[in-house]
Ligand binder design. Structure first.
Ligand code: GLU
Length: 520
């Protein structure tokens, strides 16, 4: 009958889709948290739902200043937008749990009245003693009657203790030996015996704040969350959450759960950690973060030079796939194809090299002009003072010639510096191998030849130079190698005549003269 009623409810009033990302501001957002938020966002967009940002800051001990701002800035950079949140407002606010103190207290009182929770006075020292005496001590049905709480103390004494300001906590009273079922959209049905769950603390008189579990459930209910999509590390809390929904009488509107697979180390053995990033040289945070206590700085995807689109695409495929072998998907394609059913149960290896590959792909996809805009500040910082910045047209052409060689915009400098500044030294090995007796003589002739060229386009210059080489039966390789050495300073770079077209006639000749001077 119950199940029937529930189905009817869902049929008749198709539940509005509403999801939330609920980080605790205890430090920089981990890249796994970014993926969780992304999946919530994709799910909301796909289903025409609402996406809420809620800051779970009830643990004042672990609160880190700046963390909330960091979270919001990260999502701004990535283009993941919330419909409601502390920075935007909305109909379910406030969106910071520390500002919802008064709301939680009434539910604590309700649970106490219903005898589904009780007051406990055990001090940390007393709990420690129990832990030392009883192996695998757990505060639950088997031990609660030997502890100092409202179940063991006379009512009057409990009241007196509370009146005198003795600190207490409120614990949930878990009924042992019940089968608790969690229905997870990714993992299916999970059954747990309630005896393994302890009487978790729901509220602390010390700060008048609820703990994570209570605040999380109350807010998901009040904010009418339809789906809780979160990391696998929260799966062990789910049975307790199911019990809380039941105790609070909200079973019928309990959200659907979906626990996302873990992000694993690149080698696949165990959970991805910050240390893996330090060890292998990749960021695990979206933005650079400076720890306010230690002053230690951790690198971020943004500062490392990732494009936000590439990060989104990379993360989207860590634990989900579109059902075919497509890899490059725009945000709209991700939204269109997203479903929780296509999320995998098993952990996803954090293949950071693949992340670099995605960045490479997105650099190729973007117009040369856009990449030139991103490269401009990098170019200016390298070229130094007194640098006459070339036109954006010229930079755009250079970008077009070298971008296929880079994974990051900043690496364009290494591939293209010679377009902007003349070589200051010549690679010794190349000089030894390529600079011949007659090189200076040939280059002098080349200068005369080039001086007469009026159309300095790659095509025309190439034809002119090639005909000259042919007419004189010179060795093409010998000439081109020293020509390149004069222009670039080493044996690398794109097609020579693409270089000459871009740097122009005057600069080409100046560089050849300089090489003759210095290499003789
Ligand atoms: N505050 C928890 C966190 O930091 C929220 C977990 C959940 O989404 O229920 O991830």
């Amino acid at each position: 009958m119950r199940i029937f009623a529930k189905n009817i409810f869902y049929f008749m009033f198709q539940r509005k889709i509403s999801v939330r990302f609920a980080p605790s501001p205890t430090g920089p957002l981990h890249i796994g948290g970014v993926r969780t938020a992304l999946y919530n966002y994709l799910f909301a967009k796909k289903n025409g739902g609402t996406f809420i940002l809620r800051i779970e800051d009830t643990d004042s001990q672990r609160f880190v200043p700046g963390a909330e701002e960091y979270i919001i800035e990260s999502f701004n950079w990535l283009g993941i937008t919330f419909d409601e949140g502390p920075h935007k407002g909305g109909q379910y606010g406030p969106y910071r749990q520390s500002e919802r103190k008064a709301i939680y207290r009434q539910y604590v009182d309700f649970l106490l009245e219903q005898k589904l929770a009780y007051i406990a006075f055990d001090t940390p020292a007393e709990l420690e003693t129990q832990r030392n005496e009883i192996p695998n001590f757990q505060y639950d049905a088997s031990t609660r009657l030997s502890m100092r709480n409202s179940l063991t103390l006379p009512h009057k004494e409990t009241q007196a203790l509370m009146d005198s300001g003795t600190q207490y906590v409120v614990r949930i009273k878990i009924e042992p030996n019940q089968i608790i079922q969690v229905n997870d959209l990714i993992r299916g049905e999970i059954s747990v015996n309630s005896s393994i769950i302890d009487d978790k603390v729901l509220y602390k008189s010390a700060d008048g704040l609820p703990t994570y579990h209570l605040a999380n459930i109350v807010d998901d209910h009040l904010m009418e969350i339809s789906h809780v999509i979160r990391g696998e590390e929260w799966l062990p809390s789910a049975p307790l959450h199911v019990i809380l929904y039941k105790y609070l009488g909200w079973e019928d509107t309990m959200p659907q759960f979906a626990h996302l697979p873990l992000l694993l180390k690149p080698e696949g053995n165990g959970k991805l950690s910050k240390r893996d990033g330090d060890r292998l040289g990749f960021p695990v945070f979206p933005l650079q973060w400076r720890d306010p206590k230690t002053g230690e700085t951790s690198s971020g995807y943004r500062e490392t030079g990732y494009l936000p689109e590439a990060v989104i695409n990379f993360l989207a495929l860590l634990g989900w796939n579109p059902g075919d072998d497509r890899e490059i998907l725009s945000i709209n394609e991700l939204i269109e194809n997203f479903s929780l059913e296509k999320c995998s149960k098993s952990g996803a290896k954090f293949d950071y090299k693949k992340g670099e590959w995605f960045n490479h792909q997105y650099i190729q996809q973007k117009s040369n002009e856009e990449i030139a805009g991103l490269f401009l500040p990098i170019l200016e910082s390298h070229a130094g003072a007194g640098f006459a910045c070339p036109s954006i047209d010229k930079i755009t052409k250079v970008v077009g010639l070298v971008k296929e060689r880079v994974n990051f915009v900043k690496d364009i400098w290494n591939q293209s510096a010679f377009f902007f500044v003349a070589p200051t030294a010549y690679d010794e090995k190349t000089v030894q191998k390529r600079w011949k007796e007659d090189s200076a003589e040939r280059l002098k002739e080349l200068i005369t030849l080039l001086q007469a060229v009026t159309d300095f386009s790659a095509k025309n210059t190439e034809q002119t130079v090639m005909s000259w080489i042919e007419a004189n039966t010179y060795h093409t390789g010998n000439i081109m190698n020293v020509f390149r050495l004069a222009l670039v300073g080493e044996a690398k770079g794109p097609h020579i005549f693409d270089i000459t077209e871009i740097i122009g006639k005057e600069e080409t000749i100046t560089r050849i003269k300089k090489a003759i001077n210095e290499l003789g």
